[in-house]
Design a protein around this ligand. Sequence first.
Ligand code: HEC
Length: 161
Amino acid sequence: MVSFGMKLNRRMGWVALVLVAATLPGARVIRADDDVDAATKAKIAGYDKGPASVDVSAYPATIQKDYAVFRQRCTLCHTLARPINSDFVMPDEWSRYIKRMMHKPGSMISNANAKKIYTFLVYDATIRKKAALDGKLASAAPADKADAEAKIQKVIQESAQ
Ligand code: HEC
């Protein structure tokens, strides 16, 4: 009798433990912002509060389609405002970050969609974040500047086809 009671208690203990773990904030792996420092967290919180959409009505048709993919794929874990208001503008900043997002658990971003999102974000930076982009290009090392400009031109040319 005693041992049966203990068995039951232990099993219920496990059930309770699993229930508690599932409701802890840390258990929501998908949204965890825990792997960045406090300053980055504060900066990101600012992005989240900014505008949550881009007016793409004057963008080329292909870029408008890429925007739809971006909206769908980059809102699984956080606001769309986060990437929209981010200070990333250089092609390599975007490709590095898209890769980082692809490696997060449950991100569900295919290579084909990653390319579309990259194309949108690089194009968008040339319009909406032009001043910041020009600033970063101006202070980049000559080889990095040439590399970034080539990548930007490629995106612009492809979008015009
Ligand atoms: C699987 C969840 C997930 C998906 C999907 C996701 N993100 Fe994130 N994102 C995060 C987390 C978590 C952070 C917090 C900071 C970090 O880990 O880099 C973050 C932070 C960011 C930041 C702020 C980084 C900084 O340091 O300024 C940007 C920009 C960003 N994401 C862009 C994107 C883009 C673009 C996409 C779509 C390609 C995307 N995210 C999709 C989880 C995700």
